[in-house]
Design a protein. Structure first.
Length: 346
């Protein structure tokens, strides 16, 4: 699994096993030992799942945001859904805004409209005594109707004047996730939607002379940007290897020797070393690579990273022979390939 599959979007907490299990095809069985090991070794407290280390930037493949469906069957239609909710980032208040959907209409096909009833967070003092000392991530997120604020839409008939808020527990609802997690999710979605967050901005190539193919050919740059935190020089080096191998025909067999090592005794951040060397096809300059990585060190992970970075520079549909001494990686490869559907040669 990638880190973004087991860590919350805020990069501060592990996901609970129930959250991870919902994204898996096989939802049966006990909690695996690897998850227990992660919780015991890399959290401040197994009860709150707070990470005991900082991640500078968590590569995120896809924001798991559920979009509302329009649901219109005909033009000039108004739909009044029941118990339908939404939340989004409001730049005016710099926080996520919750709302209960009152109606949706498509009288203007180019700009459908949705009217929501604004709900706000209940004060912490209103919650039960046993939740006051919880962390923001574990505290229940209760909502209550807003009695008037600056977010009021002027064309909707209602009273803007604030009213006294009474405590009616029956008029409260609880979100499925904490306000902290929903706030981070809404903010990241806002940045992506308004194109304010550019993942490639984390890498600068201003001082590097790049070939035109580097700009036009997005493979394997997209994979590099999304899944690895690499320096600009490393990205250029790997891409040059990829261009060299792309100049050969698809019938050429690429032979790669990989190796990885882990040293758990040294008291440094970097504890894993990886390396690989290509013996075939022969090139004027040898294609070889070595590097180091950190976070959750293990010998198997070092071997897997070496294989992964070696495969990264191989062109699509190329034939590759990999030589490794990692029995775990070999067994994992056979387990995955045997489970894949086989195509008939006929």
């Amino acid at each position: 699994m990638f880190l973004d599959q087991i860590i919350q979007p805020d990069s501060a907490f592990f996901k609970s096993w129930n959250e991870i299990k919902n994204s898996l095809h096989n939802k049966k069985g006990p909690i695996p030992l690897w998850y227990k090991h992660m919780i015991n070794q890399y959290t401040l407290n197994p009860n709150n799942l707070r990470l005991n280390f900082d991640l500078p930037h968590l590569p995120q493949q896809t924001l798991h945001v559920k979009r509302l469906k329009k649901g219109f069957n005909s033009p000039n239609q108004t739909i009044c859904p029941r118990n339908s909710w939404a939340h989004f980032w409001s730049p005016s208040v710099k926080d996520t805004t919750y709302g209960k959907i009152l109606s949706k209409d498509n009288h203007n096909p180019n700009s459908p409209m949705m009217i929501m009833e604004h709900w706000v967070l209940c004060p912490i003092i209103d919650n039960s005594n046993d939740t006051r000392e919880h962390t923001p991530n574990s505290r229940p997120n209760f909502l209550q109707p807003c009695k008037g604020c600056s977010l009021h839409y002027p064309y909707y008939i209602a009273d803007l004047r604030p009213k006294t808020t009474e405590r009616h527990t029956k008029k409260r609802v609880q979100t499925t996730q904490s306000h902290h997690s929903l706030r981070i999710l809404a903010y990241n979605d806002y940045l992506r939607t308004h194109q304010l967050l550019d993942i490639e901005s984390y890498r600068t190539f201003d001082n590097i002379s790049l070939s035109s193919n580097f700009i036009l050919n997005r493979y394997p740059l997209t994979f590099l940007h999304h899944f690895f935190l690499l320096s600009s020089d490393t990205v250029v080096t790997l891409f040059n290897f990829y261009e060299t191998l792309s100049s050969f025909s698809l019938d050429t067999i690429i032979e790669i020797y990989t190796d990885g090592a882990c040293n758990l005794e040294q008291r440094q951040d970097i504890t894993m070393g990886i390396g690989w060397h290509i013996t075939q096809p022969s090139t004027p300059l040898p294609i070889t690579f070595s590097g180091s990585c950190k976070h959750f060190p293990s010998s198997t992970k070092a071997e897997a990273y070496a294989i992964c970075t070696a495969l990264l520079i191989c062109p699509p549909r190329s034939k590759v022979n990999i030589y490794t001494d990692s029995l775990c990686c070999i067994n994992t490869f056979h387990t995955i390939t045997n489970a894949l559907p086989h195509q008939d040669d006929n």
